[in-house]
Design a protein around this ligand. Structure first.
Ligand SMILES: NC(=O)c1ccc[n+]([C@@H]2O[C@H](COP(=O)([O-])OP(=O)(O)OC[C@H]3O[C@@H](n4cnc5c(N)ncnc54)[C@H](OP(=O)(O)O)[C@@H]3O)[C@@H](O)[C@H]2O)c1
Length: 219
């Protein structure tokens, strides 16, 4: 039985990933700042108080999980604050960088002792971080997701000798709280594709950037 750790698992895409991976027989470690009734209903291991911007909380998580093997680490927690060129908010940009960029690096680095050959790391990024695919606006969010793409690419290089593959995954335009319920697909459809992409991830395609539908995305 494989163990999957998912950040931001109390709602949205993270919750759906936890549900579907559990249905596939994985043992779930669901981390969140605060749990939710939907997450409690899964009866899985829930680690609350896990704020990906807070090094102490991630160190505490790593201590609690000492000796526990993680086969699949999904860095899902994320934050979007809308802004245009006319409404730049530099504090909000810093916050998005903390959560969306430094968060996955902080979590992955601290949980490295739990990963071993054959483990996989997924980072839920966004095609809004693609420079080639860019269309302006959403400064803080786009910048934070471009930067996390570099985090994932560097991790793929650095973890290759350990036999740990890394994927950067765009979940699609998904109807969640983040989008105010707008979107082209539901979280269950998104999670289904994300899990397929993770299943296809291996040491030959490590470091790739894919849409949940399997399309390879431009950087
Ligand atoms: N929805 C889309 O269309 C879309 C598109 C592209 C990429 N994405 C990415 O997909 C991922 C999931 O998004 P979603 O749509 O499911 O969003 P969501 O419904 O807003 O959920 C965001 C999750 O991230 C958690 N989170 C936020 N800040 C955190 C922090 N500092 N520490 C720990 N957890 C934190 C939230 O926890 P709290 O409940 O504690 O706030 C929540 O669990 C994100 O990385 C997002 O950028 C989404």
């Amino acid at each position: 039985m494989k163990t999957a750790l998912i950040t931001g698992a109390n709602r949205g895409i993270g919750l759906e990933l936890a549900k579907q991976l559990q249905q596939k027989g994985h043992t779930i470690i669901a981390t969140c700042r605060q749990s939710s009734p939907e997450l409690e209903a899964l009866n899985c291991q829930i680690e609350t108080g896990v704020d990906v911007t807070n090094s102490d909380s991630i160190l505490e998580l790593a201590e609690k999980l000492e000796g526990q093997q993680i086969d699949l680490l999904i860095n899902n927690a994320g934050f979007l604050q809308s802004m245009s060129l006319d409404s730049l908010d530099f504090d909000a940009m810093r916050m998005q960088y903390e959560i969306n960029t430094l968060g996955p690096l902080r979590v992955t680095a601290n949980l490295l002792p739990n990963l071993s050959q054959g483990s996989k790391v997924a980072i839920i990024t966004s095609r809004m971080g693609s420079i080639e695919d860019g269309s302006g606006g959403q400064y803080g969010y786009r910048m934070s997701k471009s930067a996390v793409n570099m985090v994932g690419s560097s991790l793929a290089h650095d973890l290759k000798p350990k036999g740990i593959a890394v994927a950067l995954l765009h979940p699609g335009y998904v109807r969640t709280d983040m989008t105010g319920g707008s979107g082209l697909i539901n979280a269950n459809e998104s999670a289904k594709g994300l899990i397929q992409r993770i299943e296809e991830l291996n040491m030959n395609n490590t470091g790739g950037f894919w849409h949940t539908d399997g399309t390879e995305l431009p950087w």
